[in-house]
Write a protein that binds this ligand. Structure first.
Ligand code: SF4
Length: 394
């Protein structure tokens, strides 16, 4: 617990106990080591035995016990590029979630094997847009004569099938750092060529409605009324033909279960609790949260903001808790707190734990490839087209 100039006690992650949200967590006395030292030693041995043959990628939302073995850390896009830049590595061990390992497989050579230490490490957002659902939505747009003027754009956080769908239908992939550029590009595209008035174009944005809405409204000047939400569980997406025809941005009804937790009340509460606090959130948060925040940006942006923030400044961060905790520990001269009082990790990211990592590394060292993620050649071809369109964005 630290105390501000005003005498207000502050909860700093990793440095105290918030009695409101963490009752009963106090544990006086000697605590056991966070990671089993024997498992740590086994991971070190297996990784050393594999040497240059293995390259371990660690997403920012991974646990500390796993991230310590990462050769590089980053967001999903950075990690996919890092994997592609290591053609000499026979094995890529991806400490992240399934769609990220798929992207790594798409971008790496045929002779490289991508391993996900726990196959249950999926992503609830990616699972909210299945290939069949998206094909069905495209049929709805085709029947209305809208598919020809609609460009599908999918967030990196989607399955390889959905990326391939976008590649096949003239669309692209985007990340939270380049979503505005990808949407701008999309509005300039279309099978009818750039001579067709951009005003007639539409974008189908998959699968994160919040990133799509925040980008379209806050960065590109569209109104909330220009956006509609397509619900794949309802006929016609739960929309009238008129609504689909009038929309500029058709947002898929998907969201991140972690970032979706933050509410406008969290922002009000932290501003009351921490005087002078700056609220910094990820664009996967709801529109009403983002509009109340001081800064919004990708995971890499959040890290940079805190790295560059002056000593003594106070920040409430709305993103995954493993990352916020590490940032708090890295900046003891700043107050870094989690935006929500209720602790919430990404449960699927947390599936990758030290036992699974040790198992994957020891298996590889013994010559057995476990939990390999492979994307079939046809899906790879089209997904790569969508990824390459993103890489070529101006
Ligand atoms: S934080 Fe959200 S988007 Fe990222 S893996 Fe977890 S559920 Fe998916």
């Amino acid at each position: 617990m630290t105390t501000t100039e005003t005498g207000l006690p502050l909860f700093v992650l990793g440095q105290g106990v918030d009695t409101h949200s963490e009752r009963g967590v106090d544990c006086p006395g000697e605590l056991p080591s966070a990671s089993d030292p024997e498992l740590v030693a086994r991971a070190v041995r297996a990784k050393a035995a594999l040497g240059e043959r293995v390259f371990v990628l660690g997403h920012h939302y991974q646990r500390d016990e796993v991230i310590q073995f990462a050769d590089v850390t980053g967001d999903s896009f950075k990690l996919a590029r890092e994997a592609a830049a290591r053609p000499e590595a026979e094995y890529i061990v991806f400490c992240g979630v399934h769609f990220m390992a798929e992207s790594a497989d798409i971008l790496t050579g045929d002779d490289q094997r991508v391993v996900l230490p726990d196959l249950a490490a999926g992503c609830s957002m990616a699972d909210m847009a299945t290939f069949d659902q998206v094909e069905e939505a495209w049929e709805v747009l085709t029947d209305l004569g809208l598919a020809d003027i609609t460009v599908p754009v999918t967030y990196m956080n989607s399955s390889a099938d959905i990326k391939a769908f976008c590649g096949r239908n003239g669309g692209a992939v985007c990340t939270s750092s380049n979503a505005r550029r990808a949407l701008t590009w999309a509005f300039d595209q279309g099978p009818e060529g750039p001579e067709k008035a951009a005003g007639d174009r539409k974008v189908l944005f998959l699968p994160d409605q919040h990133l799509g809405r925040n980008t379209a409204v806050l960065e590109m000047g569209f109104s909330l009324d220009d956006c509609v939400v397509y619900n794949p569980h309802r006929p016609n997406g739960g929309l009238t033909d008129r609504q689909l025809k009038d929309a500029k941005v058709i947002l898929w009804r998907g969201h991140c279960s972690v970032h979706g937790r933050f509410s406008p009340e969290c922002v009000d509460e932290v501003r009351d609790r921490v005087p002078g606090v700056k609220v910094l959130v990820h664009p996967e948060c709801k529109h009403e949260v983002v509009t109340k925040a001081d800064h919004v940006g990708s995971t890499e942006y959040i890290i940079k903001m805190l790295d560059e923030a002056p000593a003594g400044s106070a920040w409430a961060v709305g993103t995954e808790l493993n990352l916020v905790k590490r940032l708090a520990a890295r900046h003891p001269d700043k107050t870094v707190t989690f935006l929500d009082r209720t602790v919430c990790y990404c449960s699927t990211m947390n599936r990758i734990d030290l036992p699974h990592l040790v198992w994957a590394l020891e298996s590889l060292a013994a010559g057995e490839v476990v939990n390999q993620i492979t994307v079939d050649p046809e899906t790879t071809r089209w997904a790569k087209i969508a990824l390459d369109r993103m890489l070529a964005l101006p």
